[in-house]
Ligand binder design. Structure first.
Ligand SMILES: [Zn+2]
Length: 92
């Protein structure tokens, strides 16, 4: 994983976790781990990780913003029709 490539890919370009995982040749869980690392490493840098949380396409439920992987089911209506979270980087 090349940190700079990841930042460049995400800068002002929020991307779904599955697409990111594919692009970097990782599983979604691993990808989420890399993004967590990135988020922590930004503490002293002029960037921040922006998460557009997953939402239920059926009832509109919004998932926890901290969650980077795609949830399997909506806890409110049990639909599996979920819009996955998208993750981007912004300069602060
Ligand atoms: Zn729902």
């Amino acid at each position: 994983m090349y940190r700079k490539d990841l930042i460049n890919a995400l800068l002002d370009h929020p991307t779904g976790i599955s697409e990111l995982a594919r692009a970097f040749g990782l599983g979604e869980r691993e990808m989420a781990g890399e993004l967590e690392h990135l988020r922590q490493s930004f503490r002293n840098e002029p960037y921040r990780l922006v998460v557009h949380p997953a939402t239920c396409r059926k009832c509109g439920f919004t998932f926890d913003r901290d969650r980077l992987t795609k949830p399997a089911k909506c806890p409110r209506c049990w639909s599996t029709w979920i819009q996955e979270p998208r993750i981007g980087v912004e300069q602060t």
